[in-house]
Design a protein around this ligand. Sequence first.
Ligand SMILES: NC(=O)c1ccc[n+]([C@@H]2O[C@H](COP(=O)([O-])OP(=O)(O)OC[C@H]3O[C@@H](n4cnc5c(N)ncnc54)[C@H](OP(=O)(O)O)[C@@H]3O)[C@@H](O)[C@H]2O)c1
Length: 275
Amino acid sequence: MKPTVTLNQGLDVPRLGLGMWQIPDGDAESLVGTALEAGYRGIDTATSYRNERGVGAAVAASGIPRDEIVVTTKLWNSDHGTDEALRAFDASLERLGMDRVDIYLIHWPLPLRDRYLETWRVLEKLHAEGRIRAIGVSNFTAGQLTRLMDRCDIVPAVNQVELHPAFQQAQLREFHAAHGIATQAWSPLGSGQGLLDLPVLGEIARAHGRSPAQVVIRWHLQLGNLVIPRSSAAARIRENFDVFDFSLDEHEMARIASLDTGQRRGPDPDTFDYG
Ligand SMILES: NC(=O)c1ccc[n+]([C@@H]2O[C@H](COP(=O)([O-])OP(=O)(O)OC[C@H]3O[C@@H](n4cnc5c(N)ncnc54)[C@H](OP(=O)(O)O)[C@@H]3O)[C@@H](O)[C@H]2O)c1
């Protein structure tokens, strides 16, 4: 499997990147450094994770050419609106120590405030100016994406959503595929809430001499998802990247498909209005 895919806006991005939620800024530089040494070329941060400085420092210190690393960051909920979004974007760039962001996402749609179209037009402008290489969204429903595509010019490159074996989002994935939007899975391992202990995953892992986390990451890759597992441990960061030399067969994919509960664990994008 090729380690990158080309987004609808033309940017080549790694299928597998490092998630940065809940990583303190003080740990970010060393963990991102570990990931880059292990072969990762995608890092997923956000304004609200408060670790953009550490991420930027690690990218700068890595010695890897800047255009080989894809850094994603996100516009936080309090920054919807034209002036707010422009300010928030500049502040992210300053913290990252960069002159452009590779992927910039609207973190949540906040339909109750209904400012995401206005905010999206700011991202379109920054993209046109070359200050963002690809623009996308996170936590958008098919209905919100449809409205955005009807009313704005650029189709989002990515929609980053909750997606793991217990919440597989088949309909939304189909919608994305039909519109050329990449599906990026957040909490791909179930965010440390026992998902990896499910016996089916253990059985498949043993059959391959792999860990349950590696099996789940491989499942995401074979579905075509972009995937961004997080770990605060260097050994697990390396383990989670070591997934390109085995594959799950149809029967194993079907067994994991049967783990879907249809229940999200995180907030509902239609009602979430925090921050
Ligand atoms: N857009 C959004 O609204 C949104 C929301 C949530 C998350 N995200 C993004 O998605 C990323 C991933 O989601 P997440 O952070 O919720 O969780 P996750 O990646 O699904 O799971 C992380 C948990 O799994 C454990 N883990 C990692 N590798 C492991 C391994 N090989 N074996 C056993 N356990 C392992 C970690 O523990 P250790 O640290 O102890 O290894 C941690 O508790 C985030 O970091 C963030 O970048 C985005």
